[in-house]
Design a binder for this molecule. Sequence first.
Ligand SMILES: Cc1cc2nc3c(=O)[nH]c(=O)nc-3n(C[C@H](O)[C@H](O)[C@H](O)COP(=O)(O)OP(=O)(O)OC[C@H]3O[C@@H](n4cnc5c(N)ncnc54)[C@H](O)[C@@H]3O)c2cc1C
Length: 450
Amino acid sequence: MGPEGRHAIVIGGGASGVLLAFQLLKTNAPDLRVTLIEKRPEIGRGLAYHAGNPEHLLNVRVTNMSALPDDPDHFWNWLCARPGGPLCPDPYCFVPRQTYGDYLAGLIAPLMSRDGTRGLTILRGECAAVRENPSEVAVTLADGTCITGTTAILATGPDAAAPLLAGHVEPWASPADAGIDTNATVLIMGTGLSMVDYVLSLLRHGHQGQIVAMSRRGLLPRAHRRVNPMRFAEQEIPFGAEIGPLLHWFRRRIALHVAEGGDWRGAIDAIRPFTQRLWHELPLKSRRRFLEHARAWWDVHRHRTAPEVEARIAEALATKRLMVIVGKLATIAPNPGGALVRYRRRGQNETSELQVGAIIDCTGIVRDPGASTNPAVRSLLDQGLARIDPLRIGIDVTPDCAIVNRDGSPSRRLYAVGPLTRAAFWEIIAVPDIRQQCAELAGRLGNHSP
Ligand SMILES: Cc1cc2nc3c(=O)[nH]c(=O)nc-3n(C[C@H](O)[C@H](O)[C@H](O)COP(=O)(O)OP(=O)(O)OC[C@H]3O[C@@H](n4cnc5c(N)ncnc54)[C@H](O)[C@@H]3O)c2cc1C
């Protein structure tokens, strides 16, 4: 420990960065101060909890969205105490995601440092480089500011990859900001939760043109229901099995549960406490097969929408405002009206054509981190301080979240949390998993010097 105490630098002030900063300061290690670096104007919102559209609801019930794993009612109590009331009758419903962003921002506001020696300091700007030497880490911002610390933790969220499609619109850009003509045909690539968000945004924006969503399987997210919980006994789960037998077992268990009057959602929720261990013990070849063949099925059952959002999408489909194409994009030829898209319907060889005014990329966030354009991630990869995992879905980290370098050695000073660590944890996208990961890492960092 240095004479001035320990200094943890958290890079990224979205949900993961805020949860970690909070937990670090909650450890009450008197010699620990935290700096949070965020390039966006607001802290705590990141990709998911932006203030743009109040119709974008949480995809997880209030009761599961507490920031603190050891205080499950924390978010609900916060909602009840807010001036406008809790926004919903009980903790089993879904409130706007922007409200959750308010909650996260409020969580760390009281921790702000008064003199820069204790508590939390927020630095606005983009982290451009991270370096490590035996006694410290050095973090440089795009404006040249350089700070040093004892540890640096990457909480930069899903990788920002180079655009998949020339001229496409990012799913978080509002239709108005993206200048989408309200009468144009809009093609949304992907049929998952981000597609659902964008359809709601287009409808809110008064979109009149046809909305087309395309994906290889055309699977739409299922919705939540209030169901009776079920439980798995740890010893009945075939940990370490290949993916084929594992899925066979799981499907049979779901069928059994349904035959007994249960709901499949109960079984999906019941397996959640074990998914990280299942992933960890799944042979590499099986992990790859899961990603290729079963991930789409898993995603639509596991990452569900609020029932009210499901109703809006069902209505858009029934009135043909929204059309789903099960197929694969072949080519995009830009033209003055937007682009001429050629695609192949599933099971067909010949291509079909569609003239569209705009293309929105909602194909998901699992992308090859090797293509990351995030300078903080790039900096670590380029120096060999980080390496990509064999499945190319994240950077390699230990179960303790330490970043593994090119030679396979875990760092004592560099860590990562959140979606960037999905190669090791897989289920590390939603708050219930991230909050646990952050609490555990903070406990370790708060109690030990590197
Ligand atoms: C549309 C959407 C809806 C979701 N809804 C839910 C939900 O209802 N419930 C749930 O539990 N989960 C939900 N999720 C999952 C969600 O990913 C996590 O809850 C959470 O957003 C992950 O937070 P994060 O901080 O890791 O990543 P992000 O939200 O991406 O935040 C990363 C932050 O780091 C900053 N950053 C990145 N690089 C740098 C850099 N180099 N320098 C400085 N700053 C940087 C970014 O500006 C950003 O603010 C949703 C996800 C999405 C995309």
